[in-house]
Write a protein that binds this ligand. Structure first.
Ligand code: 3H9
Length: 734
C-alpha cells in the first residue's frame, strides 16, 4: 500500500528556464488523484510562468511512476474505476502535449500504466537503461485509461502496442529506444540534465516537437490494421476465453485508428468505464493486493527488532523431481546447495536434473550459459551428512513415507547446527508427526521445525506454502519468508493439518469429479466444463493423468484417514492403477497420450473401467441414464464442495486470512485469477446459493450426504449475510 501519511503532491522548481515537476508519492509515485491534480496545477503554473521555456516531468525515489494508485480501486468513497476523472485526465494530457511549452519526461525505475501514459503525453522521453515501460492495466481487468490505447500504437506501431497491452508485459528502455517509445537514454546521474537539454532544444526549434496523439507515421494502412486487430482479438480470446476487457481495449484502439486519436480517446473513456464496472476488475485488483499481503504475517513480520537471517547454504535431501526443482530454485537465487541422496546413481540423476533445468533456461534465453554454469557450481552432491554443519536450512524432499521422514529428522537434529531450520516438503503429512522421533518427541527442535511445501515443478511454480506448527518460532518463519522472496516465490504461511491449505481444498475437487463419473457422467465432458467454461488450466481427470494415479491414490489415502466423515471413496482410480493406467508416464490414464507429441485424447478403452466403478458405487442402476446435469450443474457440483472445504480451512485458522487462500488457490491450483481466488469467487456466487446447492446434491446422493454437508462457517455466512472473505469474527465460537 502507498504511504498515506502525507497528501501526495508533485514538487515544482525552475532550473535554467526549465520547470521541473517531480511526482513524489513513495514508494512508486502512484497516481493518487491528489498527485494528478497537483501535476495539472504545476503544468499550468509552468505555462503561465514567463521565465519558463520548457518543462521536464520526472519522479522521485528512483522511479518515474507505477501508474494510477490501485488503492483507489478499492476505496468505496472513490466510486467505480477508482473515481478516475476522464475530463481531468484529458485536460492533463492536452496541456502536457499541446500546451504553450514543450514537455519531456525523465524516466527511471518504472513507468507503468498511467505513468507511461503521462510520459507518452510529453513531447519526448529520456530514460535510464533498464527502466521498465509498459501498459499492464489488463492484468487489473481494466484498460489503459489515460490515452495509452491511442498513443502507444502511434509510438511503437500497432502490432507491438497490442502485444504489450494484451500480455501486460513491460519492455526495457533499451528496447523502447529501438521502437521509438524513448528518444534518448541517459545514466541516472545525467537523466535530468539530458532531459532539460532536450526540452530546451525543442523549445528553441533545434529538435522537432512531437505530438503522439496525432501522428500516424507508425500506423499501418486501415486494411492491415484491421487484420492485425482481428488476430489480436483471436489471440486474446485464446489466452483468456470469454473475457470482455481485452476486447474492449482492442475496440478502443480500433476506434482511434478508424476515426483519429481524439475520437479514440472518447472510445477509450467509455471502454475503461465498462471494464471498471466488471467483476473481473474487482477480482484482479483483489488478487494484486492479496498477493502482496501474504508476506505480512501477524506475530512474525510485525515483531519489533526481529530481523530475517541471510542464508548462504541450504541442504536438500532427495534429488528426485521435487528435490532437484527446489535445488534449482535455490542456486538460481545465488544460494549454495548440498544435495544429498542415498546412492551415487540417484545423486547423479538428481544433479543431472538440476543441470537440465538450468540448460532449459539457457535455451529459452532466460539466462546465459555462463550464469547457468555458475549456478550449477553452487551445488555440491553428498551421500552422507558430513557437510551438513554448513547448512543454514535443510529442506527434506524424499518420498511421502512417514517412517522414513521421521528417521531423517531424528538424524538431522543430531548433524545440523542448533540454529539451522529443519523443514519438510511433505504435501500432506502433519508436520508434528514428521518430527515425532526427534529427541524428546521433537520438543528440543520444535521451534525450528516447519513445512516448506513447494509445488511441482518447484523451480517454476510460484507458490511456497510455509507450514507452521503450534511451536514453530517467529524467527524460523521470518527466515523462511525471506528465503521465499529471494527465490521469487509468493509465500503463504499456513497452519498444520493433513494437506495444509492447498491440498485440503484440492481433495474434494477430484472426489466430486469421480463421484460424477460414478453417477454416469462422461469424464471428458466434466473436464471440458471445468477447463473450458470455468477456466481451470485442466480438468480433474486430465490433472490426475499429469500427477499420476498412483501418486493421487497414495496422497488421497491421508485424506481418507483424516477426514473420513466427508470423503468420497471410489473404485475408479484404484481400477486405473490396477490396469497400469497411471497417466502420462505410462501413456494411458483417463486419456491416452500420443507417444511423440504427448497430446491427450479420449480413450474408448476407459469404458469397461468406468462401468466396473459405477457398478461398485451402486449409485445408478445398470443401464439407467445418468442424472440430467447441465454444465453449470457440473461446475457447482465440483466447486461448491471445494469452497466448503476452503471455508473449513478459514474457520480452523489454517490460513491467516481468507485472501491467503485466494492467492494459494490461484497460484497452486490454477484457480482462475480473473475470478479472484476461491473465497472471493464464493462471495460473488453467494453463500446462500452455495449452501442450498450443497443440500440439493446431498439429496441427489443421500448415501454420501456427508461429502456435501455444509460447514458451520458457510452456513453462518449464508444465514447472517456475512461475507466469507470477512474471516472468522473475533467473537466467533466456531
Ligand atoms: C492505471 O495506471 C490506469 C491508468 O491507465 C489510468 C490512469 C488515470 N498503486 O509489487 P511490489 C505498491 S492502473 C498503488 O511489492 P515489485 C505495492 O502494493 C495501474 N500501489 O514491488 C507495494 O506496496 P506494499 C497500472 C502500488 O518491485 C509496493 O508498491 N499499473 C502500485 O515487486 C511495492 O510493490 C500497474 O498495474 C500502484 N500502481 O514490483 C503496476 N504499484 O509494499 C502495478 C505498486 O505496501 N505494480 N504499488 O505491499 C506492479 O506491477 C509492481 O508493483 C511493480 C513493482 C512492477 C511496479
Amino acid at each position: 500500500m502507498q504511504m498515506a501519511s502525507k497528501q501526495p503532491e508533485a514538487q515544482y522548481r525552475v532550473d535554467g528556464g526549465v520547470a521541473i515537476i517531480t511526482l513524489n508519492y513513495p514508494p512508486l509515485n502512484a497516481l493518487h488523484p491528489f498527485l494528478l491534480r497537483s501535476l495539472f496545477d504545476h503544468l499550468r503554473r509552468a505555462h503561465d510562468d514567463q521565465t519558463v521555456r520548457a518543462v521536464v516531468v520526472t519522479g522521485a525515489n528512483g522511479n518515474f511512476c507505477a501508474g494510477f494508485d490501485i488503492n483507489q480501486f478499492q476505496n468505496p468513497s472513490a466510486g467505480s474505476g477508482g473515481g478516475i476523472d476522464n475530463k481531468i485526465n484529458d485536460a492533463i494530457c492536452e496541456v502536457l502535449e499541446g500546451g504553450p511549452k514543450p514537455t519531456v519526461a525523465a524516466i527511471q525505475g518504472v513507468a507503468l500504466g498511467g505513468g507511461l501514459e503521462v510520459a507518452m503525453g510529453c513531447n519526448a522521453r529520456v530514460a535510464v537503461p533498464g527502466t521498465k515501460l509498459g501498459l499492464p492495466e489488463l492484468q487489473l481487468g481494466i484498460i489503459p485509461g489515460f490515452g495509452g490505447t491511442q498513443r502507444l500504437p502511434r509510438l511503437v506501431g500497432l502490432a507491438k502496442a497490442a502485444e504489450m497491452m494484451l500480455t501486460s508485459t513491460p519492455i526495457k528502455a533499451e528496447a523502447g529506444l529501438k521502437l521509438g517509445l524513448v528518444d534518448a537514454l541517459a545514466t541516472a546521474d545525467q537523466l535530468l540534465s539530458t532531459a532539460k537539454a532536450l526540452a530546451l532544444d525543442i523549445a528553441e526549434g533545434k529538435k522537432p516537437r512531437m505530438y503522439s496523439l496525432t501522428r500516424t507515421d507508425k500506423l499501418p494502412p486501415l486494411g492491415e490494421a484491421l487484420a492485425i486487430l482481428d488476430m489480436a482479438r483471436a489471440e486474446a480470446n485464446k489466452r483468456a476465453r470469454g473475457l470482455r476487457h481485452p476486447q474492449l481495449c482492442l475496440s478502443a484502439i480500433q476506434a482511434g485508428i478508424e476515426n483519429g486519436g481524439m475520437a479514440g480517446l472518447a472510445a477509450e473513456g467509455s471502454a475503461f468505464a465498462e471494464a471498471a464496472s466488471l467483476d473481473t476488475h474487482k477480482a484482479l485488483v483483489h488478487i494484486f493486493f492479496a498477493q502482496r499481503s501474504t508476506k505480512k504475517v501477524k506475530g512474525v513480520t510485525d515483531v519489533p527488532g526481529l530481523k530475517p537471517r541471510q542464508f548462504k547454504c541450504v541442504a536438500v535431501l532427495g534429488g528426485g523431481l521435487m528435490g532437484s526443482g527446489i535445488a534449482t530454485a535455490l542456486v538460481l537465487a545465488g544460494v549454495d546447495v548440498i544435495l544429498k541422496e542415498v546412492n551415487q546413481n540417484f545423486l547423479d540423476a538428481g544433479l543431472g536434473r538440476i543441470k537440465a533445468n538450468l540448460q532449459s533456461r539457457v535455451k529459452k534465453g532466460a539466462m546465459s550459459a555462463d550464469a547457468a554454469a555458475a549456478a550449477l557450481a553452487r551445488v555440491k552432491g553428498a551421500l552422507d551428512y558430513n557437510d551438513f554443519g554448513r547448512a543454514d536450512m535443510v529442506i527434506e524432499a524424499v518420498i511421502e513415507d512417514i517412517g522414513l521422514k521421521q528417521r531423517i529428522f531424528a538424524d538431522l537434529e543430531k548433524v545440523c547446527r542448533p540454529d539451522a531450520i529443519l523443514s519438510t516438503n511433505t504435501s500432506t503429512i502433519d508436520i508434528d508427526l514428521v518430527g515425532a522421533k526427534m529427541e524428546e518427541g521433537g520438543a528440543k527442535s520444535a521451534g525450528r521445525l516447519l513445512g516448506a511445501h513447494f509445488f511441482s515443478p518447484a523451480h517454476v511454480m510460484p507458490l511456497l506454502e510455509i507450514v507452521r506448527t503450534s511451536r514453530t518460532s517467529p524467527q524460523a518463519l521470518l527466515d523462511t519468508l525471506a528465503l521465499s522472496g529471494r527465490i521469487k516465490k509468493t509465500p503463504v504461511v499456513v497452519g498444520n493439518c493433513t494437506g495444509f491449505a492447498v491440498n485440503r481444498v484440492f481433495f474434494p475437487y477430484t472426489m466430486s469429479a469421480v463421484l460424477l463419473a460414478d453417477l454416469g457422467l462422461d469424464p471428458y465432458r466434466i473436464d471440458a466444463a471445468v477447463a473450458g467454461k470455468f477456466g481451470m488450466p485442466m480438468g480433474p481427470f486430465r490433472l490426475n493423468d499429469l500427477v499420476g494415479s498412483d501418486i493421487g491414490l497414495h496422497v488421497g489415502a491421508n485424506f481418507v484417514t483424516s477426514f473420513s466423515e466427508r470423503v468420497y471413496v471410489s473404485r475408479l482410480i484404484p481400477l486405473l492403477n490396477e490396469a497400469k493406467r497411471l497417466g502420462e508416464k505410462t501413456g494411458k490414464g483417463f486419456y491416452k497420450f500420443d507417444s511423440k507429441t504427448r497430446k491427450a485424447s479420449p480413450d474408448t478403452e476407459l469404458a469397461p473401467l468406468l462401468a466396473e466403478s459405477r457398478k461398485a458405487a451402486g449409485l445408478i442402476k445398470e443401464g439407467a441414464k445418468p442424472p440430467a446435469l447441465s454444465d453449470a450443474d457440473i461446475l457447482d457440483f465440483i466447486f461448491f464442495p471445494v469452497v466448503n472445504e476452503g471455508c473449513r480451512v478459514v474457520a480452523e485458522g489454517i490460513v491467516d486470512k481468507p485472501a491467503d487462500l485466494d492467492v494459494a488457490s490461484v497460484m497452486a491450483m490454477g484457480f482462475p485469477a480473473v475470478r479472484g481466488g476461491l473465497i472471493f469467487w464464493a462471495d460473488l456466487v453467494g453463500a446462500p446459493r452455495i449452501v442450498a446447492r450443497l443440500r440439493q446434491f446431498a439429496a441427489l446422493v443421500p448415501q454420501h450426504a456427508g461429502f456435501f454437508a455444509p460447514c458451520d462457517y458457510l452456513v453462518k455466512a449464508a444465514d447472517s449475510g456475512r461475507k466469507l472473505s470477512a474471516g472468522v469474527p473475533a467473537t466467533s465460537k466456531l
